[in-house]
Design a protein around this ligand. Structure first.
Ligand SMILES: Cc1cc2nc3c(=O)[nH]c(=O)nc-3n(C[C@H](O)[C@H](O)[C@H](O)COP(=O)(O)OP(=O)(O)OC[C@H]3O[C@@H](n4cnc5c(N)ncnc54)[C@H](O)[C@@H]3O)c2cc1C
Length: 365
């Protein structure tokens, strides 16, 4: 006799979304979060407006901070030339990321999932007919049995290690900090000053301004970050940091286990963003996986790759532009900047009618 259909490890966006969808289908779901949902913060919460398709009533009023129409790219620091890329309509939103996680976890609870905080998973044992998940709770150590385990436990996934699944190709190191300036501008700034990646400034309305930077291991991230802050001449506080996995890995499923979200490196290689890809993949998992039929895991593996793997491949190509010599970057940015018709989660939309129309109208301006 199984205790649960699914034990979900980690209640970030991917785990909360999968828990909600699986519970809505009538499955018994236990979701374990090592700390308090949403904390510690290590994310900008800069997302496409598609995010509101994953939330419940009242979410926008509760979580929205600012709307963004485009990005100003800089080859150097704050005083260097800006190359704007923008849309006529809102391209993205800046939202309260801690609040988002809590909201999504509440939706999972309302759907019937048993969400437990302060439970750290330390061991996963995959048997032929079940999985055993060992978690250390506030008062005791528990072993839960389930038909399947979902590893939604972020970039340094314990479940991934326990199931012997491959690591992501790369783990970038991201840092963030906030100043108290109130800023309702509708552009973010992107500085191609960090080796192979970038630094950023995000206006968050009344919630201040966020400064951040990400780069591969071995790069002096803190030194580059200090240069960014010095360049803007601001005081920042609430520093935080996190890992950004870049993939995709070869395999994210075993006989009775699967990974979702950052654990599966379901992120955009050219921005590191993973909130939308993680939740989209969670929907594929909830639709395809039947806990009584382990072979359905192959359908999940196919579904998420069919949906986002091409976007990830193109995202890798876009990222290569961050490493071009500065003069080439200037020429490229100068030639391409202006109005665009690209969806921030879908690099393939570079070939869309909207984008081509924007490029053509610019050429005849
Ligand atoms: C600096 C930085 C900025 C970013 N900015 C953006 C952005 O603007 N937009 C965007 O889309 N993405 C951004 N990202 C990426 C985004 O944060 C991730 O893609 C997203 O959080 C992935 O969601 P997830 O649910 O897969 O994992 P997570 O959000 O990492 O959630 C995993 C959860 O699992 C829990 N957990 C871990 N181990 C265990 C365990 N052993 N037992 C129980 N629970 C466990 C963790 O506590 C956590 O709550 C950023 C990342 C960084 C580092």
């Amino acid at each position: 006799m199984y205790e649960y259909d699914f034990v979900v490890v980690g209640v970030g966006p991917a785990g909360a979304r999968f828990s909600r969808r699986a519970a809505e289908k009538g499955y018994d779901v236990l979701a374990l979060e090592q700390g308090t949902v949403g904390t510690p913060l290590a994310c900008s919460g800069h997302v496409s407006t598609d995010v509101w398709e994953f939330t419940g009533p009242g979410a926008r009023a509760e979580l929205f901070q600012n709307e963004i129409y485009g990005a100003r790219f800089h080859v150097g620091g704050p005083r260097s030339d800006a190359y704007p890329f923008y849309k006529d309509e809102v391209a993205s939103n800046v939202i309260d990321r801690v609040g988002l996680d809590r909201h999504l976890a509440d939706l999972a609870r309302e759907a019937g999932a048993d969400v437990r905080e302060e439970h750290t998973v330390t061991e996963v044992r995959e048997r032929r007919d079940r999985v055993e998940v060992v978690a250390s709770g506030p008062d005791d150590v528990y072993t839960f049995e389930a038909k399947m385990v979902a590893g939604c436990d972020g970039p340094r996934s314990r479940v991934r290690d326990e199931l012997d699944l491959p690591e992501p190709d790369e783990l970038l190191h991201g840092v963030l900090a906030f100043s108290e300036e109130e800023d309702h501008q509708d552009f973010v700034d992107v500085h191609l000053t960090a080796p192979t990646f970038f630094a950023w400034r995000i206006p968050r309305g009344n919630a201040g301004v966020e400064y951040g930077l990400a780069a591969p291991p071995g790069v002096q991230v803190n030194k580059h970050f200090e240069e960014l802050i010095d360049g803007y001449e601001v005081d920042v506080s609430h520093r935080c940091s996190g890992a950004i996995p870049i993939g995709p890995p070869e395999r994210v499923t075993t006989r009775r286990g699967f990974l979702l979200g950052d654990a599966a490196a379901q992120t955009k290689p050219f921005t590191g963003g993973g909130i939308l890809y993680g939740m989209t993949s969670a929907d594929h998992a909830a639709r395809e996986i039947d806990p009584d039929r382990p072979t359905t895991l192959a359908a999940y593996e196919r579904a998420w790759r069919d949906d986002i793997e091409r976007e990830q491949s193109l995202g890798h190509w876009l990222r290569r532009a961050y490493s071009l010599p500065e003069p080439v970057q200037r020429i490229g940015l100068g030639a391409l900047s202006g109005k665009i018709g690209v969806h921030m989660d879908r690099p393939t939309s570079l070939l869309s009618r909207d984008h081509l129309r924007a490029m053509i109208s610019r050429a005849f301006r």
